[in-house]
Design a protein around this ligand. Structure first.
Ligand code: FAD
Ligand code: SF4
Length: 516
């Protein structure tokens, strides 16, 4: 059996970031990735292939609580979900780390404070080359350094939107974007500023994803090995059940076992819980790290909504994701509870609609899908969903993988939607009409749109109510860690990747200290 100092399972935001952080240590590091390299091909940028034919979506079948099968919108590649992500790289707000009262209940506190994570947010912004402007967003938490790159400029229609929002008394800001764009020097810019970013892979490797800025830099170190098409299927322990001794992996049609002094799981929230549940043994009959019955529970995924408004003028914007609005993040004069974040999403293209089933287009009589796309201004509304014990992933006796999920905070989501709706007249858009887009969730089963999945193995001080300790080590095992979004005790209302990256760097420092 090959032996490593560290085995990292999964190469997405959590695993890819950790690999790069640990690589210079010279420790022997094995990266296990169930997917392959995402092929660089013309289809990367074709809406028909990406959005209608689901070219880069896994073929997994999962089940909802009623036993209905669905194809989860999940991506198995080196770089994980970040290969397709929109690269909006937000920090959680400072108050998100404390207990917060929402319309539907309490969002629990994290076991660490914002101040504990702040230095790692700064490092993560530097590693992922985030472009942004401090001081514009009133909810922005304090930062110890400026953004490493200037904000991505608004195109004229979005600048107009920003001006109109400001004139109506709001505080729009330049959204933090992870793209390798050099606007003053476009002939040398890696990013060409195209319309096919959010939800597409980037064939020119200009997106700040975990392959380009995590795994590839890690592999420049001889002590790092990557095994692709290597699916971890079980974690084996010593007879006492106190440490992981082997990782069983399906690779090239055979099962191989690898040993590591430290084992870090970063398979994405649902699959991390799945691997732990599948690793049940005599010593851990309910799954590894699951003496508290927490593994799989508190699944969250931002039951977000993508909507488009119809601009009176055409909207020729190419790269639309440059603007955000957090004025209603913690509530408003009329609604005292947190509502969430408003941001732009990738520009609509008519072929996407065929993948997204926009039944509501009938509300715009006489408008072809092409015309709707030309006039669309597209927003992404995210409201925090609360961790609920019964919202969970689980395995049944036949090994079927189920996500049971009941929506929380529907009222707050509705309030945020209504806020946007009420603004349209001021923003030179057809008042009263917002059309739903089913971006990232191209099926009738909302939970299939699990792009922002989190929870399932939360970290905390108390082994009775958490699976992992403050260093994200399993309470019950000496050498098992998790660093993906599974560790989130709550999800806030901003996109989760930067927080997973920052936490991975934090845990990485702990691992380096432990291995010193
Ligand atoms: C279309 C889309 C748009 C998004 N936009 C944004 C955005 O703009 N901003 C943002 O912050 N977030 C965004 N997200 C979410 C973001 O990508 C995720 O939050 C983030 O990637 C989660 O990181 P992770 O490490 O938990 O999981 P992932 O990045 O999914 O990585 C998990 C990895 O583990 C691998 N794996 C799974 N099981 C196994 C196994 N058994 N053995 C070996 N390997 C395994 C997977 O193949 C994958 O590579 C988006 C996601 C999608 C899908
Ligand atoms: S906008 Fe830039 S990073 Fe995004 S897909 Fe286009 S070239 Fe790649």
């Amino acid at each position: 059996m090959d032996a490593y100092d560290v085995i990292i399972i999964g190469t997405g935001a959590g695993g890819g970031t950790l690999a790069r952080h640990l690589a210079p240590s010279g420790k022997r590091i094995l990266l296990l990735e169930r997917g392959d390299w995402l092929p660089r091909e013309p289809q990367n940028w074709l809406a028909q292939d990406v959005f209608v034919e689901n070219r880069y979506v896994s073929e997994d079948t999962w089940y909802d609580a009623d036993g209905n099968p669905f194809q989860p919108q999940i991506h198995y590649f080196v770089g994980g979900a970040t290969k397709l992500y929109g690269a909006a790289l937000y920090r959680l707000r400072e108050k998100d780390f404390g207990e917060l009262r929402h319309h539907d209940g309490i969002s629990p506190a994290w076991p660490i404070s914002y101040d504990d994570l702040e230095p790692y947010y700064t490092q993560a912004e530097q590693m992922y080359q985030v472009h942004g402007a401090r001081g514009e967003d009133p909810t922005e938490p304090p930062a110890s350094a400026p953004y490493p790159y200037p904000a991505v400029s608004h195109e004229p229609r979005i600048q107009q939107l920003a001006d109109q929002l400001a004139a109506a008394g709001h505080q729009p800001f330049h959204a933090p974007c992870g793209i390798l764009l050099d606007e003053p020097n476009m002939p040398y810019s890696t990013c060409v500023r195209c319309a096919n970013c959010d939800g597409f892979p980037c064939p020119v490797h200009a997106k700040a994803d975990a392959e380009v800025l995590g795994v590839r830099p890690a592999l420049e170190h001889d002590n790092v090995t990557l095994l692709t098409n290597a699916k971890a299927v079980k974690l084996e322990t010593n007879p006492a059940g106190s440490a992981v001794t082997g990782v069983a992996v399906e690779h090239n049609g055979a099962t191989e076992t690898y040993a590591g002094d430290l084992v870090v799981v970063a398979c994405g929230a649902a699959n991390t819980a799945r691997l732990l549940l599948e690793s049940a043994s005599d010593k851990h009959p309910n799954g590894l790290a699951n003496g508290s019955d927490q593994v799989g529970r508190n699944f969250m995924y931002h039951d977000s909504v993508a909507v488009l408004a119809l601009s009176r003028e055409e909207n020729p914007t190419v790269y639309q994701k440059t603007l955000g609005l957090n004025d209603f993040y913690f509530g408003s004069d009329e609604f005292e509870y947190p509502m969430g974040n408003l941001q732009m999403v990738g520009k609509s293209q008519s072929p996407m609609f065929r993948g997204e089933k926009p039944g509501e287009t009938k509300l715009a009589p006489g408008w072809t899908l092409e015309k709707v796309a030309r006039h669309a201004i597209d927003f992404w509304l995210s409201t925090e969903d609360l961790p609920r014990s019964d919202n969970r992933v689980s395995l049944d006796r036949d090994g079927n993988f189920t996500i049971s999920y009941t929506e929380t905070n529907a009222e707050a989501k509705k309030q945020l939607y209504n806020k946007l709706r009420s603004l349209l007249g001021d923003l030179d858009m057809n008042p009263g009409h917002l059309f739903h887009r089913f971006m990232y969730m191209k099926t009738e089963i909302p939970v299939a749109g699990c792009a922002h999945q989190a929870g399932t193995c939360r970290f905390g001080h108390d082994p009775a109510t958490s699976a992992l300790d403050v260093n994200c080590k399993a309470h019950e095992l000496d050498n098992l860690y998790a660093v993906d979004t599974s560790i989130f005790p709550s999800i806030g209302a901003v996109n989760p990747a930067l927080t997973a990256m920052a936490n991975s760097l934090r845990v990485g420092d702990h691992l380096l200290e432990r291995m010193a």
